[in-house]
Design a protein around this ligand. Structure first.
Ligand code: ADP
Ligand code: ADP
Ligand code: MG
Length: 666
């Protein structure tokens, strides 16, 4: 076995490889870009070597620098992880030339599977079932259009060099074929530097089922069962699970045998995955082979009880596979969800920034979190915005799903947008819960997955307010502790008494919903009013932002995380990024003229707090104005009726502009 290995990757996979190496007593060397100087994989490794600037092309993709780093540190082998150089045959060869072990298949196997068209031709010879289509060399547009007619629509045009869901076009009718072919070729040329395409019959309502295979240098090859990766977004996996729901032992055995055939046909060594497209009826066709460890390999580990990285290391150091096919077994059910820094409401746009607050669910025998970041770390624009992989195990799918729901409900991410709430909705949709899986699930369930915002529950306003009051109290205590003056006003722990008031208000907002919460201090508690609801509230706020609240007779567990003006409330498996509005009651108490109805400064209308026609009490918020990067609430100067607004949310208003058509009561 190796004494020291280098990991040519970053993020969660680098951390995950280091963990296994360490458990086997193997020393680890991390490589990193300038942007990753203090990244988690660097902090975890025994040694770390800077290999270049942030851009992957100048660091993680520069094979020579990585090989140099391995030589300089005396590493014997290089683990490439996934992505980056993991499927680069030239890099695998360069490692060998430098006397280093590439922890992966032989360069020849990478080459054989590197182009989808060549791989399909090879699989055809090996007798592996293929999706009907054309994967030959002729790239003439007329010829390909003719082939598409033969295959029958819909067809899928695929970049032969493609990967990561890029370079694919579904075409439904002959009239659209040429335009799709052109745009697919353009994308392929830009992304992969190779515009060869192949054509496939587009399988309707397909499932993505893949087989994990493992070969060694002694001629053994086994399959470690399947993973169902049908839940996808734009051909990219979102949730993976093992075993595949509805799989029969016969079908598993025949897919397993086909996958082992595929691996043997290219002299495969190490961990690999053979991806199949499967029909609802049970047919399956070879799609491609990924000649590396797969992102979703943990679900296989959870159901087999094996460590696939350990197997990789053993095989790469020349040991035979630890187990034979008949010694392998499936135990229970596992699911993985990919936690990304992205905004589902804005087309899943990646989100960058500092992870102000990051609190994953507690790990246990059946909950695992693979991550490359910790609270305080940065999601940078340079790399994949994955925050973590959340993996759960249960004795059956039902239990695994319940644990996934619970774990997602506990996951808290503040500082970047994340897909956690989206995933929570996804695992709750009936078709997913009932395992009616196919690659169109997310699109089909769009309405359930993107519900209209809905009203913020009263509990959420109350919890945010209580959290804020407890935070103020803690800050006041800290300041009192630091102040040498025993008579300092900061010693008054209930902060608002500083203002000589016994009651106050807090204004919170989410989108267009604004809410004023009235607060009265009462013997060690606060009486909070939200509209007609009044409760006596008390509680504790942990340093981890955990809020234990007593609202009247009810005890609630939540978290309230402050980040700038935001107060993120995590409650009942959801989150609400409320904004704490700085209240500016223009035209103060007792002021009876309509001065408050004018914009106090130039700004933008953010939200209307009441509907036209509403009767309001004095002090009720009417609208929220954003000016000078702050938010200001314009409140009713007295009881009256809001007849209308002169502006809509988003409108720019000038200083002194009249905002509301208000009719004061008697
Ligand atoms: P990549 O290299 O980008 O992973 P794949 O060939 O593995 O490309 O395909 C990615 C995804 O595209 C699959 O998981 C599946 O959802 C979809 N797909 C691929 N081939 C077909 C097909 N013939 N019919 C329908 N969907 C397909
Ligand atoms: P898998 O097929 O293993 O489930 P995907 O196809 O979703 O994984 O993503 C793997 C591919 O995505 C890699 O081959 C790589 O192109 C890209 N990728 C994913 N994560 C990273 C990363 N952290 N760094 C670089 N590339 C990545
Ligand atoms: Mg694929």
């Amino acid at each position: 076995m190796f004494k020291k290995i280098l990991i040519a990757n970053r993020g969660e996979i680098a951390c995950r490889v280091i963990k296994t190496a360490r458990s086997l007593g193997i020393a680890t060397v991390a490589v990193h870009s300038e942007a990753d100087a203090n990244a988690r994989h660097v902090r975890m490794a025994d040694e770390a070597v800077l290999i270049g600037p942030a851009a992957a092309r100048q660091s993680y993709l520069v094979g020579e620098r990585i090989i140099e780093a391995a030589r300089a540190t005396g590493a014997q082998a290089i683990h490439p992880g996934y992505g980056f150089l993991s499927e680069n045959e030239a890099f695998a060869e360069a490692c060998a030339r430098a006397g280093l072990v590439f922890i992966g298949p032989p360069a020849s196997a990478i080459r054989a599977m590197g182009l989808k068209s060549a791989a399909k031709a090879l699989m055809e010879e090996a007798g592996v079932p293929l999706t009907p289509g054309y994967h030959g060399a002729n790239q003439d547009a007329d010829f390909l259009a003719g082939q598409a007619d033969v295959i029958g629509y819909p067809v899928l045009i695929k970049a032969s060099a493609g990967g990561g869901g890029k370079g694919m076009r579904r075409v439904d009718a002959p009239a659209d074929f040429r335009a799709a072919l052109e745009s697919c070729k353009r994308e392929a040329r830009n992304a992969f530097g190779d515009d060869d395409v192949l054509l496939e019959k587009y399988i309707l309502e397909p499932r993505h089922i893949e087989i994990q295979v493992f070969g060694d240098t002694h001629g053994n090859c086994v399959y470690l069962f399947e993973r169902d990766c049908s839940v996808q977004r734009r051909h990219q996996k979102v949730i993976e699970e093992a075993p595949a729901p509805g799989m029969t032992p016969e079908r598993r055995a025949s897919m397993g045998r086909a996958a082992v055939e595929a691996a043997r046909a290219v002299g495969y060594v190490g961990a690999g995955t053979v991806e199949f497209i499967a029909t609802q009826e049970g047919g399956f066709y070879f799609m491609e082979m990924n000649t590396r460890l797969q992102v979703e390999h943990p679900v296989t580990e959870m159901i087999t009880g094996l460590d696939l990285v350990e197997w990789q290391l053993r095989v790469a150091s020349g040991e035979p596979l630890p187990l034979r096919q008949e010694q392998l077994d499936i135990n229970g059910h596992a699911m993985e969800a990919r936690i990304y820094a992205e905004d589902p409401d804005r087309g899943f746009l990646p989100s960058t920034g500092r992870l102000v607050h990051l609190s994953p669910p507690t790990e246990s025998d059946h909950v695992r979190v693979d991550t490359g970041v910790e609270q305080g770390d940065e999601i940078t624009p340079y790399y994949d915005p994955m925050i973590a992989k959340l993996i759960v195990w249960g004795t059956d799918r039902h239990q695994a799903l319940a644990r996934m729901r619970q774990a997602l409900a506990q996951y808290r991410v503040v500082g970047v947008s994340s897909n956690v709430d989206f995933l929570a909705r996804l695992v709750a949709v009936p078709s997913f819960a009932n395992a009616r899986l196919d690659t169109g699930l997310i699109e089909r369930e769009h309405d359930r997955l993107f519900p209209p915002p809905g009203e913020v529950p009263t509990d959420v306003w109350l919890l945010a307010t209580l959290g804020e009051l407890l935070r103020e109290a803690r800050r006041a205590e800290q300041q009192a502790a630091q102040s040498p003056d025993p008579d300092s006003p900061w010693r008054a722990v209930d902060g608002w008494r500083l203002n000589g008031r016994s009651g106050r208000q807090l204004v919170l907002r989410l989108g267009e919903q604004a809410q004023t919460v009235d607060i009265q201090f009462e013997a060690g508690a606060h009486r909070l009013s939200v509209g007609p609801v009044q409760v006596l509230a008390r509680g504790t706020l942990g340093l981890d932002s955990e809020l234990l609240a007593q609202l009247g007779e009810r005890r609630l567990r939540a978290a309230v995380v402050a980040s700038g003006e935001r107060r993120h409330v995590f409650f009942a498996g959801r989150s609400w990024p409320l904004v704490l509005v700085d209240t500016l009651h223009v035209g103060g108490a007792g002021d009876d003229h309509d001065g408050g109805m004018r914009a106090p400064m130039p700004g933008k209308v953010i939200a209307l707090s009441v509907a036209p026609g509403a009767t309001v009490e004095k002090g009720d918020p009417l609208l929220v104005l954003e000016a000078m990067k702050m938010e200001h609430t314009i409140s009713a100067p007295r009881k009256g009726v809001v007849k209308g607004f002169h502006f809509a949310p988003g409108d720019q208003v000038s200083d002194g502009a009249e905002l509301v058509d208000f009719e004061g009561g008697a």
